[in-house]
Design a protein around this ligand. Structure first.
Ligand code: ADP
Ligand code: MG
Length: 697
């Protein structure tokens, strides 16, 4: 087993394994449950479970787990062994259909945002047969959804599956209007590009801020940062190459199609892009990818940082969510077509996305928010916190010509009639691509660039799928029963463009002027988490998610609570870590250094009045001023933290954390960074930015 094709998927209970190990009719039943959501009967479930267990044991597994994604954003598993006692003190290895289909993890330690208090105390996990079971570290992992006994979703997978179903329902209605009879289901696809940093373990261990919070809370910029851009697409260092090779192999075993890897803009930053797949599987795979990156980095004496902004002033890490809509017959509905008919269908689906992004900008922004991603969004190297959409010059012109009833491409050309004319060819060339747009059409898919590197991709895709389902629902309602489909379709597309073109923006999203322009257009600008979390509760958004049966009002409320609670905890830990570092390490070190400068000055002066001690005296004086400020600012951070903790509810607390604690932390940091620049290298108690960013040789 060493060629890639042998390794690929070797730890996955996939279709080919199932075909060879399951009786034909049981295999067919599994296929049906995957494609049509039909539940397996208990007899078939037992047969599948038994085949899974035998296969897993042959691969060295001894345990199984229901693998799920609680609302923390990471994955959870509780291992049970296959062992079952029999007479004579012996055991057999057993795994029943019941254990496959449903599990009961002890759910009390997972956040429920109040859902369990109001409904049922316990939660259960339910098999998601659309995502293959796999073996990880000798454990058979069964991808599952996690719900309360009242049926409320306690996880990130359940709403994602529901949103895919919502989009499927509405997209099928629209496809029928175009006379598509061969398609039986539509799914969204995602290829998430994952950015990350690799640093040497030795520098990581010495930084309490990295260990406790995932980012550096102090640190002056190194003389050499990313200015030269020589890291981007540069040659990959041997240690990193070894890490990537092992990561690829482990991902391939799990059937994850890791494809391209390259260096990113900042020193120590890299990216991995998988080949896209169905959204819920892609979400599972991305969770596994993040887990394996961290584990394998450790094996190679490094630490993988997935935080969105581990280093201030250095490029942050995102997770570009490449998204499209695909039929089960293999047609990408966001691929411009060849015929007038295909074009018209493409344009309608494009309009559905255009309208969705405009109508639910606030939810898209909210879906990517977190304390850590706030440091990245809006900063100069990341997409701004304002959602807008880029479709490229040609497509924008086509849309504008349809809207204005003007001829495309000059006077002699004709006015485009949807459904009658072939659309002008879009260039495949991607050089004109706008890299600053948060939501860009890239030829046959959209790339949502706001998601952060550490977050699950479920949240943004739930919003995207549901919002597009809503546009499609409106179109199907309007066009079903139309007497003159071609005309009505043309008018609908015309009207959608007119109503939603304000979301289109082709300029530089990093430009200050865009913020004012966006405001003039009435687009949302929600800079930080406390600004966007209330969007969970707005009437418009509640209506969207309940209409499409993706979230109930109480499920939305739970997510509101959890988002705030997580934000508040993260900032609190950061504030406390900062204060602790100041008192325990930084001030004592600077004080010792100042004393040594004073000592040196006194000794030098004993040599005679003409000896110059300006450096020692002036530096010591500057440091003593900065030490006093640092002590005051650290006390201010603590006081602000106390005020936040005293706030009466989660939202008010988040406001204090944002407005008072984070800004106090920024001032404290500036003061400490100024001291760092004045101190002798060996005196500083932590590895510097230069030490960390260039730690992997
Ligand atoms: P680009 O040149 O736009 O970067 P790539 O082919 O390199 O395009 O793709 C970038 C990412 O987008 C990859 O993860 C890829 O799998 C994903 N991708 C490509 N096509 C689709 C699609 N139809 N749906 C979802 N993701 C896609
Ligand atoms: Mg990228």
């Amino acid at each position: 087993m060493n060629t890639v094709t042998d390794i690929f998927g070797s730890m996955v209970f996939n279709d080919s394994v199932m075909r060879s190990r399951l009786p034909r009719d049981v295999f067919k039943q599994v296929q049906r449950s995957v494609n049509e959501g039909k539940r397996l009967d208990s007899e078939a479930a037992n047969i599948v479970a038994n085949a899974m267990k035998d296969w897993a044991i042959e691969k060295g597994a001894t345990h199984f787990t229901h693998w799920f994604q609680p609302m923390t954003g990471i994955t959870a598993e509780k291992h049970d062994s296959f062992i079952s006692p029999i007479d004579g003190g012996r055991v057999i290895m057993e795994f029943s259909g019941k254990e496959l289909i449903q599990g009961e993890p002890d759910a009390s330690s997972f956040p429920s945002g109040g859902l369990r208090a109001t409904f049922e105390a316990r939660g259960y996990t339910a098999w998601d047969p659309t995502s293959y079971a796999f073996i990880k570290d000798g454990v058979l992992c069964i991808p599952t959804a996690f719900c309360s006994y009242g049926g409320e979703a306690l996880d990130k997978k359940t709403p994602l599956l529901r949103s895919m179903e919502a989009l499927n329902r509405q997209a099928m209605r629209v496809l029928r209007l175009f006379g598509n009879e061969d398609v039986s289901c539509v799914r969204t696809t995602v290829g998430p590009e994952q950015e990350y940093f690799l640093i040497d373990r030795s520098v990581y261990e010495k930084r309490r801020d990295l260990r406790y919070t995932g980012r550096t809370l102090f640190g002056a910029l190194p003389p050499k940062g990313q200015e030269l851009d020589d890291h981007y697409f540069g040659s990959i260092k041997p240690r990193v190459a070894a890490f990537m090779a092992e990561l690829d192999t482990e991902l391939w075993k799990l059937g994850i199609m890791a494809k391209t890897e390259h260096n990113e803009v900042a020193p120590g930053q890299h990216e991995l892009a998988p080949i896209f797949t169905t959204t819920n599987i892609s979400a599972d795979h991305n969770q596994l990818t993040m887990e394996l990156m961290q584990k394998i980095a450790r094996k190679h004496g490094m630490v993988c940082l997935l935080h969105e902004k581990p280093f201030a002033g250095v490029n942050g890490s995102g997770k570009h969510n490449n998204w499209s809509i695909m039929t089960n017959t293999g047609v990408n509905l966001l691929e411009p077509g060849e015929t007038p008919y295909e074009n018209a269908q493409f344009l309608l689906f494009l309009c559905a996305v255009l309208q969705a992004v405009d109508d639910y900008q606030d939810m898209l922004r909210l879906s990517v928010t977190s304390a850590s991603n706030d440091h990245r969004l809006g900063a100069s190297e990341a997409p701004p916190a304002i959602v807008s959409m880029y479709v490229g010059d040609e497509l924008e012109e086509i849309l504008s010509c349809i809207e204005k009833n003007e001829p495309y491409g000059g006077k002699e050309k004709e006015v485009i009639r949807v459904g009658v004319h072939v659309m002008p060819k879009l260039p495949k060339d991607t050089t004109d691509r706008n890299r600053t747009s948060p939501f860009a059409f890239t030829g046959n898919k959209f790339e949502f660039r706001m998601p952060g590197a550490s977050a699950s991709i479920s949240g943004p895709n739930v919003v995207l799928n549901t919002a597009v389902a809503e546009s499609l629902r409106q179109y199907a309602d309007a066009l079903e029963g139309s007497e003159d489909f071609e005309n009505d379709l043309h008018r609908l597309i015309h009207d959608v463009i007119a109503a939603h073109k304000r979301i289109l923006f082709n300029g530089n999203g990093y430009d200050e002027a865009w913020i004012r322009e966006a405001e003039r257009r009435g687009l949302c600008n929600l800079p930080a988490t406390p600004d966007c979390v209330p969007c969970y509760l707005s009437g418009k958004n509640q209506k969207l998610f309940t209409t499409h049966r993706v979230y109930t009002p109480s499920e939305l409320h739970a997510r509101y609570e959890i988002k705030l609670d997580t934000y508040n905890k993260v900032v609190k830990i950061e504030a406390q870590t900062m204060v602790n570092m100041v008192w325990k390490d930084i001030l004592p070190a600077v004080s010792r250094y100042s004393a040594s400068l004073a000592d040196a000055a006194i000794k030098k002066e004993m040599l005679g009045a003409e000896v110059n001690t300006a450096f020692e005296r002036e530096t010591a004086a500057k440091l003593s001023g900065l030490m006093r400020d640092t002590a005051e600012l650290a006390a201010a951070v603590s006081a602000a933290n106390d005020r936040a903790m005293a706030a009466p509810d989660g939202l008010k607390r988040a406001r204090v954390y944002h407005d008072e604690v984070l800004s106090a932390m920024e001032k404290l940091r500036a003061c400490v960074d100024a001291m760092e620049l004045l101190c002798e290298r060996d005196v500083w108690p932590y590895p510097t930015y230069g030490d960390i960013l260039f730690s992997v040789k």
